[in-house]
Write a new protein. Structure first.
Length: 355
């Protein structure tokens, strides 16, 4: 029965359509629900820290239902982006309505779309990998497919990872570092791949060139079909989407570090190198993305089989509430820095032999 709860994620795109149909300030309905109502419900409903037994996990891993509900979001998101470009490009909303509508669309394409792209991008079959790329195409962030899988997962919680936030670093300092650092890292990883095959970086085989060109081509086509405002809409909702992703990246590893066991070599990734959250509602809305400790410890696990680790660092609330907290650095540091220091102290105590 629990598996049907994942369909609650599709309430988010429905909110965008509802807000548009109601008009006016209702175009802000999606951010109001996601960042006011959902955090309150997270606090009211609480957490689910239970784990299924191993036979049940094996059955869940193979059950097609869990895959299909992620696949279905791909044509839905593509249709919504085209529809959004038509709405804005043909002047069917006022300036204020357009801002709310674009913000709402970015929450769908970022909060839901990139989450699903992240899930599908970890799979080994080309079909699901290509679905991931399509979703990232609609938010102008296709290099994430390379950097996240090949870069972030190997360098997480180390100084070399642009997507791991440092203790005391505000989101506003982290944001440009991760934006440009992740793109440069993806380019370097792709260049290394081509060099191993004896091919130059500037060649048709470079995925980064294609990944950069495809959003521009899509934007050009939307502009030709619906006018220049459609292009503005496309890049604006893309910006909202990947900014939301980077806020989540900021939250997921803030202040956590792997021990350097030799020059340039770090301990194996473990659950305590990621912040974990098991708030019931947000976990269903985000396909268990919040069980991030297990995801990094076992990147091949599908979302429905991710486990709660009681001894992993726990966030005070779900991602919806943490996003708001991250935007206010003094409050963020007041809440999170003591938690980071407690984790560091526990790690030090565990690593220090008893006298």
């Amino acid at each position: 029965m629990k598996k049907w709860f994942y369909l609650t994620a599709y309430c988010i795109p429905a909110l965008v359509v509802t807000g548009y149909l109601l008009g006016g300030v209702f175009n802000f309905l999606t951010p109001a629900v996601v960042y006011i109502l959902v955090p309150l419900l997270d606090l009211a409903i609480g957490v689910d820290s239970s784990n299924e037994d191993e036979p049940r996990y094996r059955n869940m891993r193979e059950e097609k239902f869990y895959r299909i509900i992620t696949w279905l979001h791909v044509p839905l998101q593509a249709a919504m982006v085209v529809w959004g470009a038509w709405v804005v490009g043909t002047g069917r909303v006022t300036l204020l309505e357009g801002i709310g509508f674009t913000l709402s669309m970015g929450i769908v394409t970022g909060g839901l779309g990139i989450t699903i792209a992240h899930e599908l991008g970890h799979r080994t079959n080309k079909f699901e990998q290509n679905l991931s790329k399509i979703l990232l195409w609609t938010v102008s962030y296709m290099h994430f497919f390379i950097e996240h899988n090949q870069g972030h997962h190997s360098r997480v919680a180390t100084p070399g990872d642009p997507a791991s936030a440092r203790l005391g670093e505000s989101f506003y300092r982290f944001y440009p570092r991760t934006l440009f650092g992740s793109w440069r890292s993806a380019w370097s990883l792709e260049k290394r791949r081509l060099n191993k095959r004896g091919r130059p970086a500037w060649s048709p085989h470079n995925q980064m060139i294609l990944f950069t060109a495809l959003p521009l081509i899509l934007a050009w086509n939307l502009g030709m079909a619906f006018g220049p405002l459609a292009v503005l809409f496309f890049f604006a909702q893309s910006w909202v989407a990947f900014t939301l992703l980077e806020i989540i990246n900021y939250v997921e590893h803030y202040g956590l570090n792997r021990t350097e066991i030799a020059p340039g070599k770090y301990e194996k990734v473990a659950p305590h190198h990621s912040w974990n959250a098991s708030q019931v509602l947000t976990n269903y809305l985000l396909f268990h993305l919040q069980r991030h400790s297990d995801h990094h410890a076992n990147a091949n696990r599908r979302y429905q089989t991710l486990r709660h680790y009681e001894d992993a660092p726990q966030l005070p609330t779900g991602y919806a509430g943490m996003v708001l907290l991250a935007l206010w650095p003094p409050l963020w540091r007041k809440v999170m820095d003591p938690k980071v220091k407690a984790v560091m102290a526990a790690d030090h105590a565990q690593a220090t032999p008893a006298s």
